[in-house]
Design a protein around this ligand. Structure first.
Ligand code: MN
Length: 291
C-alpha cells in the first residue's frame, strides 16, 4: 500500500525545534505515514532532534529540495557542479541521520526560471553527478526521486517521458522519477497515460491541485490520476503538497510564487486531503479489479 505523506509547509515555514515538533505532531495526529521536510538549506535541519521527534510520534520522513544557481549541476561550470554534488551529499547525510527513505525534488538543475535551454554538456554533467549521488544513496537504502516540474521551475525535466529517459541514463535502480500533478497539469498531454507510461520508473509522487490549495477545488481530473496510479501499479509514497500565503518559507514560497491565500487552516486542509486521496485510490483500484 502507498504510504501517505504531507509536506511540512502545510504546517510550518521553517524547521526550528518548535516548528519541527508542531509539524510532526500534527502530521501524526491525522494518521499520515510520513512528513516531507524541505531541505533547500540543509543547515536549518537538526537531524538528531528531528529523528528523536519522528521516533516519538512513529512517523516516517522524506526530504525534498531544489538546487540553487550556485549549485547548478546542469551548468557547464565545474565549480557549480562540485558545489551541487556536495550539497546533495550533505542532504543524503541528513536523510540517513533522520531515517528518511527518499530524497526528492529538483536535484538535477537549479530550481528557478531559466531563460535559455539546457546544453548537452550540462545534462551529461548532471547525469554523472546524480549517478555518484545515487550510488551513495543506495548504500543507505535511500531512493532518489527526480521531480518533473513545469517550465518555469527548471529547463531540464518538464515531462515524465524526459525524466524516464534521464533516469535510464543514470541507470541505477534507486534513482526514480518523481511526478507531481500540479506540474503534470501544465506540461503533460494526458495525466493518466503519463503515469502508465512511467510505470515502474515512478518512485515518488506529489499530489497537488492546479492552484495548490484544497484537492478537488481546482481543475485537475483526479479520477484519471488515481486510475493512472493504479494502472501503473504504483505502491510508493504519495505526498500531499499545498502552499498558501498563510504559511511562508521565505526561500521556498518566493520561488514557488505563493502570493495568494488558498487556505488558513492547515489541519482542515490536510485532513481533507487524506480522505480525498484514500477515497480516490480505493475507487481506482475497485475500477481496475472489477473492470
Ligand atoms: Mn512537488
Amino acid at each position: 500500500m502507498n504510504k501517505l505523506g504531507v509536506h511540512a509547509l502545510v504546517w510550518v515555514g521553517g524547521w526550528s525545534r518548535d516548528e519541527c515538533e508542531r509539524a510532526i505532531a500534527q502530521t501524526a495526529e491525522l494518521g499520515f505515514d510520513l512528513i516531507e521536510i524541505p531541505a533547500l538549506d540543509p543547515a536549518t535541519i537538526d537531524a538528531a532532534y528531528t529523528r528523536k521527534v519522528l521516533d516519538r510520534y512513529r512517523l516516517g520522513a522524506t526530504l525534498s529540495l531544489g538546487l540553487d544557481a550556485a549549485c547548478d549541476i546542469s551548468s557547464e561550470d565545474r565549480d557549480a557542479q562540485a558545489r551541487g554534488q556536495a550539497r546533495l551529499m550533505r542532504v543524503l547525510d541528513i536523510a540517513r541521520d533522520i531515517g528518511a527513505t527518499h530524497v526528492c525534488g529538483i536535484l538535477y538543475s537549479a530550481f528557478q526560471k531559466y531563460f535559455v535551454p539546457p546544453t548537452e554538456a550540462g545534462i551529461a554533467a548532471s547525469v554523472d553527478v546524480l549517478r555518484r549521488v545515487g550510488e551513495a544513496a543506495a548504500r543507505d537504502g535511500i531512493t532518489i526521486g527526480l521531480e518533473v516540474v513545469n517550465r518555469y521551475e527548471s529547463n531540464v525535466l518538464n515531462t515524465a517521458a524526459q525524466a524516464v529517459a534521464f533516469a535510464q541514463r543514470i541507470g541505477l535502480p534507486n534513482v526514480k522519477v518523481h511526478l507531481d500533478t500540479y506540474h503534470m497539469n501544465i506540461e503533460e498531454s494526458d495525466l493518466e497515460s503519463a503515469l502508465i507510461d512511467t510505470g515502474a520508473m515512478l518512485g515518488y509522487f506529489h499530489i497537488g491541485e492546479s492552484g495548490r490549495g484544497y484537492l478537488g477545488a481546482g481543475n485537475i481530473d483526479f479520477d484519471r490520476v488515481f486510475r493512472g496510479l493504479a494502472k501503473a501499479g504504483y505502491d510508493g509514497p504519495i505526498t500531499f503538497e499545498s502552499f498558501s500565503s498563510a504559511v511562508v518559507n521565505p526561500q521556498l514560497s518566493g520561488i514557488l510564487a505563493i502570493w495568494r491565500n488558498l487556505w488558513d487552516d492547515g489541519a482542515d486542509l490536510a485532513r481533507h486531503a487524506k480522505g480525498y486521496i484514500e477515497h480516490g485510490l480505493k475507487a481506482a483500484r475497485e475500477a481496475q479489479a472489477r473492470g
